[in-house]
Ligand binder design. Sequence first.
Ligand code: GDP
Length: 366
Amino acid sequence: MENEWRCIGCGVKLQTEHPDEIGYTPKSSIGKESVLCQRCFRLKHYNEVRDVQLSDDDFLNILRQIGESDGLVVKIVDIFDFHGSWLPGIHRWVRGDVLLLGNKMDLLPKSVNENKLIHWIRSQAKEFGLKPIDVALVSSAKGYNIQKVIHLIDHYRKGKDVYVIGATNVGKSTFINRIIKEVSGEEQVITTSYFPGTTLDMIEIPLDDGKAIYDTPGIINHHQMAHFVSKADLKIITPKKEIKPKVFQLNERQTLFFGGLARLDFIKGDRHSFVCYLSNELPIHRTKMEKADDLYDKHRGEFLSPPSKEYIDDVPPFDRHEFSIEEGKTDIVFSGLGWVTIPKGGVTVAVYVPKGVRIFIRKSLI
Ligand code: GDP
């Protein structure tokens, strides 16, 4: 009987036998209304998160199921971490239409031109092989454009089911919660958290016509910075408010440190501005290139933080990547941390990030 029960937070099947495995809840809570698994319970009441992950194989199985069903796919990307949160290869599995949503719009400067941004998203999606039926910008946290998206979903689903997919941490649960709130007035039905990998199993939201919106678990993109830092540090690097870009005029052979998590050396080029789009709380430190190694060795975990001192050994050592940037309006993206826009071309830079974190070079988003 117990297998019939599901957690109202994350949707996982509940079990009462194995406290260390997913879906555990004490026997006494089974049979009550609105049961949470222990993981969601802790998250909700103590803000404590356990890291539970979905394997790549499990995710492929889910995609296969979606592929067979021919419903509308709502694919969410985190606009602040577009490349890091992109799920490659979706178009190979999905037969139905894909509505692409750029979430966390509230983080971008208000001056951003939305039409240009939508155009930019379309062109990036095309490069990845995906042709969405439409693209929209939302802020699930603030509710921005949610009504519009609800209408778009209703329009494009053509009486079929809807599957919401996305990498972990794109704000998928927040989006679904928001929809539930708008549709039914209920709050906090699904687990949301800072830590990636916390939504398990599919959650069904019934629609009027017997169809449903399904929230799928998020897949982990292992190259995102979020997977290399502690929970406390993740709070610092995850922007919560509109990003105020910081502009640095650099001469060649100067270096910027982004906390102790990334470094950019301006190796060659005329005096040049570097526009940094990162969490407002992440300290940026400028120094001379020849002093940078020494500074890093001595002050990482101190003023070059995050990572905070107690966690510096958990972050892998830096990998160096060198780029010649010929064209202006180019972004250097540190997956999950933010990006630096180079307004004019003709510069050579070296970028350092913890081994395993990806760097992307792209046409500038703003
Ligand atoms: P999921 O793993 O995709 O289900 O992501 P969650 O819904 O748990 O959200 C991950 C993190 O992103 C949480 O810290 C959310 O508060 C935050 N988040 C979600 N939506 C938004 C948004 O629209 N704007 C901002 N600034 N943060 C958001």
